[in-house]
Design a protein around this ligand. Sequence first.
Ligand code: RIB
Length: 310
Amino acid sequence: MNVARKSIVVIGSISTDMVACTVRIPATGETVIGTSFSTTPGGKGANQAVAAARLAYPTQMIGMVGDDAYGQPLLDALDSAGVGIEPMEISPGSSGLAHIFLAESGLNSIVIVQGANARVDRAHIDRHAALIRSAGIVLCQLEIPLDTILHAIDLCARAGVPVMLDPAPAAPLPDALFSKLAWFTPNETEAALYFSEGLAPDAAARKLLDRGVKGVVLKRGAEGAYVAVAGGKAEWVPAFQVEVVDTVGAGDCFNGAFAVALLQGQDPWSAAHFASAAAAISVTRRGAQASMPNRLEVDRFLTHRGSARP
Ligand code: RIB
């Protein structure tokens, strides 16, 4: 029997990444001479959508571009990656921009200017309420207005649709939100906003679970991910050792792939192992969306490198 798969629905940002490559990220007040510059499609929401769609999972995105020169190319990039763009809208004004410093080490720092991402509002969510209610999982981040995200998460909670919230960039969140989340996935920098600095992953995960989140993934880059579920086990899933070229979008790749693997019935630790393989491939390539691997690439990687241990 061919059972229709429930889609992944991403509610989030889409931006053009303006990437300046540099030997190292400048300190405050310092000017450095860069080595190259490129513009590529990005935005945490769009990156997560592309990550899931490249893995051949039905994925739709709800978001907004501007009517400037950047808007249509951003939509085209989503479309050509296989993301459903029917719920995407265009509004007068500028599209989202991300100014990225990419160091030779592969590490980055980012300043985003929201543009059209700031114009995703409650009414936009309501226009796509039926799609959201039918989703297998909804992925959110924090690059569109918090009010809109809270509204969307309320809708999901009422409809029993699981939500994965990537708190990026980190921002204070209302206490009542946590019990509505299936997954909360901060990286190390983001986690620092929610707990006192230096809290060990097991203690940090426990604090989040105590606040009502059902599942926690603490993304720790090259160290791996600490995955904990309420009333269940908590375990490290080690990262794969690879030659890092560009970490932009690696966390997004992880989230998109993690969602795919969960919806395909993997347990959270196997899903994180799969996501970690996808993210490992992504950091060996340049660009956010451009670096997201397809299913065959992840399967081959896992065949060769099944264990994350070196
Ligand atoms: O997570 C990476 C993304 O963050 C970049 O693509 C950039 O657009 C910023 O939003």
